[in-house]
Ligand binder design. Structure first.
Ligand SMILES: Cc1cc2nc3c(=O)[nH]c(=O)nc-3n(C[C@H](O)[C@H](O)[C@H](O)COP(=O)(O)OP(=O)(O)OC[C@H]3O[C@@H](n4cnc5c(N)ncnc54)[C@H](O)[C@@H]3O)c2cc1C
Length: 388
């Protein structure tokens, strides 16, 4: 067999998996259809939030603790800062899912945290202008990861450990002809491997039939606005946030490396499409929607527009990840950790994928991400089915 594992998609997850497998001495081929990194998938836009009091489900917290350790490890290997600590704010109405879920996770996992009113957040972090009735969980260890630089760091570490990584090579299909092996066909060649790891982001449904209606790409837009008072939006004075308000659920980060306070709205305008058909232009309504939110809750952050960029979420019906073996071909491992909150887990997902491929099992609890969980069988995909 030519390779122990072929990894399809060298974005956030695939780059981490390549490093984790190569450092264990496995023969790895990593294939990426675009550049490494690039701005057509889910991991671009300079930064991604990492936060511990996980309102989505407390089962993510142990994975996050390991993710932090692995981010620090790759940082040491790369010799550059990839994870910047700012603290995190998870805020919303007292009875709402975001605040309540964050508090429940913080308490269950004994995370250091404080519960603050909206006014207390504003006093402490004057870039914020939250309504007084908002309740917030402040957690001091949260922050952000330099997402594109982390992909480069993982790829360089993987290459140093012997991985063969190739960009501009598109996987067209794969077969499992029997005997446990996998054959992968690209626009440049054919390869045989013992394991296939699919980390194709928004294109997962095209490469794995079981995910066709379960991993739905959705257009997002990120905004960077020039702060009117830049000193309030620096990483040492502005914690990353998730905020549930009447305009929807939003997230934001301090100014870092590019001019502009960065924020976005989850499920921006609910536009789903196959990955290659996702609309990449930005229109006036995108800007209006984001500015309306920014002006209300972060007015000192919302001067002139610096950049608006499209990005893609890949949503599952219950917004939890899919990380599992292919139901018919166990040597094929599927990873769709997105629904708009996956990046922070790249480091630990890479370890999990390497565990599954190289050791046959993982010590991490990934039962929440099973493909046969009832929520995936019972509920329709969110916001309409993919168009193809
Ligand atoms: C606007 C936005 C904001 C977000 N904010 C956060 C955040 O703050 N915190 C957080 O934790 N998460 C966040 N997320 C989610 C997070 O970014 C994603 O979960 C994560 O990037 C997914 O990584 P991935 O490796 O699955 O996808 P990608 O990084 O997109 O990698 C998939 C790769 O597969 C390649 N590929 C696809 N098909 C093929 C093929 N046939 N052949 C070869 N290569 C192929 C693609 O080109 C791509 O490079 C955000 C996402 C978006 C869009």
């Amino acid at each position: 067999m030519e390779f122990d594992a072929v990894i399809v998609g060298i974005g956030g997850m695939g780059s981490a998996a390549a490093w984790q497998l190569a450092r264990r001495g496995r023969r790895v081929l990593g294939l990426e259809r675009f550049d490494i990194p690039h701005a057509l998938g889910s991991s671009h836009g300079v930064t991604r939030i990492i936060r511990l009091p996980y309102y989505e489900h407390p089962a993510y917290v142990p994975l996050l603790r390991r993710a932090f350790e692995l981010w620090r490890e790759i940082e040491r290997i790369a010799g550059e800062e990839l994870l910047v600590v700012t603290g995190s704010i998870d805020a919303g109405p007292e009875g709402g899912g975001l605040f309540h879920g964050a508090l429940a996770s913080a308490r269950l996992h004994h995370l250091p945290h404080e519960v603050l009113t909206g006014s207390a957040v504003n006093d402490r972090f004057p870039g914020y202008r939250l309504p007084a009735r908002v309740r917030a969980v402040f957690q001091p260890e949260g922050g952000f990861i330099g997402s594109e630089r982390a992909i480069v760091a993982h790829v360089r570490a993987a290459q140093a450990a012997g991985a063969d990584i190739r960009a501009r090579e598109r996987v067209l299909g794969w077969e499992a002809p029997g005997g446990g092996a996998v054959e992968v066909t690209t626009d440049k060649g054919r390869y045989a491997a013992a394991n296939l790891i699919l980390t194709a982001g928004a294109w997962m449904g095209e490469l794995a039939a079981p995910l066709r209606t379960l991993a739905v790409p959705e257009r997002q837009v990120l905004a960077w606005l020039q702060p009117r008072r830049p000193e309030l939006f620096a990483p040492d004075r502005f914690p990353v946030f998730n905020l549930e308000v009447e305009e929807g659920r939003h997230y934001g980060l301090p100014v870092y490396q590019v001019p502009g306070f960065k924020f976005g709205r989850y499920h921006h305008r609910g536009e789903t499409a196959p990955a290659d058909a996702i609309r990449r232009d930005i229109d006036a309504e995108d800007e209006r929607l984001l500015r309306q939110f920014g002006e209300r809750y972060f007015p000192d952050g919302c001067g002139a527009s610096m950049a608006l960029r499209p990005c893609v979420f890949t949503n599952t019906p219950d917004e939890h990840f899919i990380v599992d073996r292919h139901p018919e071909h166990p040597q094929v491992i599927l990873a769709s950790p997105c629904s708009g909150h996956g990046y922070k887990f790249c480091s630990v997902v890479g370890e999990i994928l390497a565990d599954l491929a190289a050791e046959g099992a993982t010590r991490h609890d990934i039962s929440l991400f099973r493909l046969d969980r009832p929520a995936l069988a019972e509920r329709p995909p969110p916001r309409g089915s993919p168009a193809g």
